[in-house]
Design a binder for this molecule. Structure first.
Ligand SMILES: C[S@@+](CC[C@H](N)C(=O)[O-])C[C@H]1O[C@@H](n2cnc3c(N)ncnc32)[C@H](O)[C@@H]1O
Length: 196
């Protein structure tokens, strides 16, 4: 299972935004929507063995599980609508609910932040990798197909996030700073080529 964790530092925590304005009123949710597309969408299909975690302001986590995902299209607006439904679901839940709630097929939402997520993934994947432009070259790194990759959105990693991620391998995808969704495409390509 490949896993991508995208940190949305400004993403909306409530569903009261318009799908016509994902970059503005939804707090750059457009970036997270493009990451979802890059993680799952092939030219003629969906990658199934993928989990994407969108961590919104370190307070709400939306998980998309490729094995069960339905209604995912490659446009940002319809992905934004699925994320909006997940935010509606968690808004209606008790404030101290510790568990994930199912929103739509393959989409789950919980009140969790990065620290809890990393603690869980440590038990579920072989490797956790921090994608950072200042890291060492991914091409020469040993990569397990069961890996989780952590990326930021348009903002730098916060000092708290850097502390949490400091224990994991920090890998770079090359000399240029890329958009987060493009990083996901590059990682997929590298792992696809290495798949036995
Ligand atoms: C748009 S970049 C962040 C931009 C950066 N914070 C800045 O303002 O200069 C989004 C994320 O993609 C990942 N990323 C971008 N370029 C990368 C590279 N060359 N190697 C590894 N990760 C990269 C990092 O996780 C980064 O935080």
């Amino acid at each position: 299972m490949r896993v991508f964790i995208v940190l949305g530092h400004t993403a909306a925590l409530t569903p009261d935004f318009t799908l016509n304005d994902l970059p503005g009123s939804a707090g750059r949710l457009d970036i997270l929507c493009r990451c979802v597309t890059a993680a799952f969408c092939l030219s003629h299909g969906i990658r199934r063995q993928i989990n994407v975690y969108l961590v919104l302001q370190d307070r709400i986590t939306i998980r998309l599980d490729g094995r069960y995902l339905r209604h995912l299209n490659p446009d940002e607006r319809s992905t934004g609508a699925l994320l909006q439904k997940a935010l509606q679901k968690i808004q209606q839940a008790a404030p101290d609910l510790p568990d994930e709630l199912r929103s739509t097929p393959g989409i789950f939402v919980s009140r969790r932040g990065l620290a809890q997520l990393l603690a869980q993934l440590r038990r579920q994947v072989e490797q956790i990798i921090w994608l950072h432009e200042g890291g060492r070259d991914l091409r020469s790194a040993e990569l397990d197909q069961s890996s989780a990759f952590v990326l930021s959105d348009h903002r730098d990693f916060s000092p708290e996030e850097e502390t949490l991620l400091g224990e994991f391998a920090r890998l770079s995808l090359g000399p240029q700073i890329l958009h987060a969704d493009h990083c996901i495409t590059v990682v997929h390509n590298e792992l696809d080529r290495r798949e036995p």
